[in-house]
Design a binder for this molecule. Structure first.
Ligand code: SF4
Length: 469
């Protein structure tokens, strides 16, 4: 590694460049950040060439943020367009192998920082570009030639971003007419197991990867060119439940890759054995029990969701490769899937989206629901969300009425039962602490209702039920 001014090793992968230690920030929430890999003819590529359009590192001011785009061209006998996304997904790994250079996110959300230490060792992005291309060619030998252009000039980055978004759109549209039932195999990916060891990523035609970078075609191309690589085939096996998207082959791979932590993954379920969430998902879904609906928040949204939590806190709770009931990480393109959380009501269950995300996925939202889904402009807390949904007659409101009626009926039945018999436990295996018998008043009792819930209770307070006036 003597040719490079900084060290290169996978051990730098988790390294964070904090604000105090940062020389410059590239892309990120305050600017534009893009990465794109394009397959090209061998003749059109000048191997190892780094081109910089706009200010280079030495021309940048310490502490500032600059727009940033990286366009890599790859060539080789086995290189085909289907491989672009798969190669692109590795940009994150290889940049993070470079000491003092931090890379987050993907596609049009890229956020990088260069540390003061590393900036002190080089005055140009050129050695950085060469290091990343060396890693690509070493780890993915089907890439025979590679060149990169770094853009740091705002107008150029904007232009590249516009072009790239069209390319991402076209890539994502390829799976539109292909569905889970049309294929015999899905694809798995283990790349995120480096930081989320029990993550089991399953990519099917109706479910793009959580990072949004790998669809079914990409998985197929990657598994073909590198059968021992991180993307691999998953035989679907037997269809166990078409609504939840449960397949015996997926369950087997879940068991194997999570080292026995999960025995089931249901591809289109939000609550019951949902897909694991690694941490690089583009969007996170959160259950709002007060309205029995599901809200979604994406990385770009800087504000709070109506439950009072922002994306990063929610992502922290959801990530790590676990099945977190009540939260779910997804790729943006999953909103377009005809099987989008179909086990839990699909779009009829969606109650809140940030306005930018809502505009971005406008075509995916059923026409009759568009004005019924709140944004931060309509609801900033649970009360305003409830009022909005009620006013707009969102489909979840009907379930509140049904639930209230059911509750009332149960209450009446229970009042009779409590008066005549000892308390019954709500579910097998649920341990209730010993408590003294209550006395005085035949109508007092305890009501516990659990629906579709997995609950961990640290403390339970049981108090006497007040008489109805
Ligand atoms: S989210 Fe899934 S597909 Fe994307 S890199 Fe991680 S493991 Fe691979």
């Amino acid at each position: 590694m003597a040719d490079y001014p900084f060290e290169i090793s996978p051990m730098f992968e988790g390294e964070r460049v904090r604000k105090e230690g940062m020389f410059v920030e590239l892309g990120g929430p305050k600017s534009l950040g893009l990465e794109l890999v394009r397959a090209a003819d061998m003749d059109a590529i000048e191997d190892d060439k780094v081109t910089i359009v706009g200010p280079d590192l030495k021309d940048m001011e310490e502490g500032k943020t600059y727009p940033w785009a990286m366009i890599f061209n790859i060539g080789g006998e086995l290189v085909e367009q289907d491989l672009e996304s798969v190669v692109e997904r590795r940009v994150h790994d290889f940049i993070n192998y470079c000491q003092g250079i931090m890379h987050l996110n993907q596609r049009y959300d890229v956020w990088m920082r260069v540390s003061k230490d590393t900036a002190g060792k080089m005055d140009s992005f050129e050695p950085f570009g060469k290091a990343v291309m060396m890693l690509f060619k070493t780890e993915l030998p089907f890439i025979e030639k590679m060149q990169v252009t770094f853009y740091t000039e705002k107008a150029e980055v904007e232009k590249q971003m516009e072009l790239a978004k069209e390319i991402f759109k076209a890539r994502d549209a390829r799976t539109k007419d292909l569905h889970d039932e049309d294929v015999d195999v899905f694809y798995g990916c283990t790349l995120c197991q480096s930081f989320a060891p029990t993550n089991v990523c399953v990519v099917s035609p109706d479910r793009i990867s959580l990072c949004g970078a790998i669809n079914w075609f990409d998985g197929r191309a990657a598994a073909k060119v590198d059968p021992d690589g991180p993307q691999f085939e998953i035989a679907k096996g037997e269809l166990l439940d078409a609504v939840t998207g449960e397949y015996s082959g997926v369950n087997e791979i879940a068991m194997k890759l999570s080292s026995g932590e999960f025995s089931k993954i249901k591809l289109h379920s939000f609550f019951d054995c949902p897909h694991t969430s690694c941490g690089c998902f583009e969007v996170v879904g959160f259950y709002v029990p007060e309205v029995d609906g599901i809200g979604w928040v994406d990385r770009e949204y800087q504000g709070m969701s109506p439950n009072g939590i922002g994306f990063s806190t929610m992502a922290g709770q959801t990530g790590g490769g676990k099945q977190i009931v009540g939260f779910l990480g997804i790729g943006v393109n999953y909103f377009y899937s005809p099987k989008f959380i179909q086990a839990d009501g699909g779009w009829n269950r969606v109650v809140w989206l940030p306005s930018n995300l809502k505009a971005k996925i406008d075509e995916a939202i059923p026409a009759d629901l568009k004005d019924k889904i709140a944004t931060e402009n309509d609801a900033t807390d649970i009360e305003s969300l409830k009022a909005f949904l009620q006013e707009k007659k969102h489909p979840v409101v009907a379930t509140w009425v049904a639930a209230a009626e059911e509750e009332e009926e149960e209450e009446e039945e229970e009042e009779v039962a409590v008066a005549a018999s000892p308390m019954m436990m709500p579910a097998a295996g649920f341990q209730m602490p010993a408590m003294p018998m209550m006395s005085g008043g035949s109508g007092s009792g305890i009501k516990l209702t659990f629906k579709n819930a997995k609950i961990t209770i640290e403390k339970m307070i049981i108090s006497e039920k007040k008489e109805k006036k």
